[in-house]
Design a protein around this ligand. Sequence first.
Ligand SMILES: Nc1ncnc2c1ncn2[C@@H]1O[C@H](COP(=O)(O)OP(=O)(O)O)[C@@H](O)[C@H]1O
Ligand SMILES: [Mg+2]
Length: 260
Amino acid sequence: MSTLLSFRDVWVEYGDRIIIEKLNLEIEEGSFVSVVGPSGAGKSSFLRLILGQEGPSQGTILMDGAPLKPECGPDRGVVFQRYSVFPHLTALRNTILGMECEKAPVMGRLFGSARRAAEEEAREMLTAVGLGHSLDLYPAQMSGGMQQRLAIAQALVKRPRILLLDEPFGALDPGIRADMHKLIRSLWRERALTIVMVTHDIREAFMLGTRVLALDKRRHDPHAPHRFGATVVYDLPMRERPEEEIDEAGIITIDVNSNN
Ligand SMILES: Nc1ncnc2c1ncn2[C@@H]1O[C@H](COP(=O)(O)OP(=O)(O)O)[C@@H](O)[C@H]1O
Ligand SMILES: [Mg+2]
């Protein structure tokens, strides 16, 4: 397996507050990395670094050995816990919008056959996430699970190599969450994606991930809580898990072969 992303001595600071310190990490192409850690540890900031929405205050991030491009590119897609989709657009329009970058609207410039091709791709993507019969529904007409399926379609329609998930299933009922686990695992396999998923649900982290990272502070200064940032405090490789084990109610065996 080859290295897709490398973090070299990466720091994230907001003013005099250190959020992430001295992060050194390699992420393999095709891995499913779960990220856990306390609230405020910097998990979403870590995803924003990969997304290129934010650059590190210090250090370098490489993708395929070259500095990560900060702009909105086709190689990265993202799904948040909520509000990834636009309420005033149908499922189909929302998905087409996923092909665009903020400053380069696609549909506005597409006519005729190009426009039809974009719609066809969006339709295929919606079918792949189980929304083939809901193309003309608005988000408000959809359940929470359907809205997250739509957000996944929107993120994947550009065919990105990396899918970033920020607590994507946190607001869903347990039964629906189990369906989403199966969906995300099958998309990961079929599309050979690299996934980085932040979750509060430890069980979900271990069940879905091929690797679990815990982000936290290694040191605390009680008089200056923002003096130190978080970094990877645990890095646990998971054994390969057969699909039928995903979401069976049983106990998860955890192989702790940490290098740390
Ligand atoms: N743009 C920003 N400016 C200032 N502080 C920020 C900004 N974004 C996040 N933070 C702060 O950085 C810390 C980490 O935030 P975040 O990455 O959202 O943590 P997590 O996702 O682990 O809960 C929090 O204390 C948050 O308030
Ligand atoms: Mg967060």
